[in-house]
Write a protein of this length. Structure first.
Length: 98
């Protein structure tokens, strides 16, 4: 995945994508490393925010997609808005929407 996939970066996260012709539905994972946020509650919050954006767009995402979204740093203020906006912009830049 990380060797063959294409990367799209944003301010707070990056998306590594790979189009595989054998899948029937998209597979997307969200990773928030310990270095990004020390407390588990912060990592879980970031995961929930990004997952919410993905779930809202799931019917528009290419069914052959395998992707990993990695949160590289946490915003100081307005975590919800900044992560949502960054996630949406990265998804749009990556051309994974139908």
């Amino acid at each position: 995945m990380f060797k063959k996939g294409k990367t799209v970066s944003g301010s707070f996260l990056f998306l590594k994508r790979l189009i595989d012709g054998r899948k029937t539905k998209p597979r997307i994972s969200v990773v928030v490393p310990l270095k990004t946020a020390k407390m588990a509650s912060q990592r879980n919050k970031a995961r929930r925010i990004v997952s919410e954006v993905i779930n809202s767009l799931l019917d528009k995402i290419d069914s052959k997609l395998t992707a990993v979204i990695v949160v590289t740093k946490m915003p100081e203020n307005n975590i919800n808005k900044l992560l949502r906006d960054d996630c949406l912009s990265v998804i749009k830049k990556s051309n994974i929407l139908k």
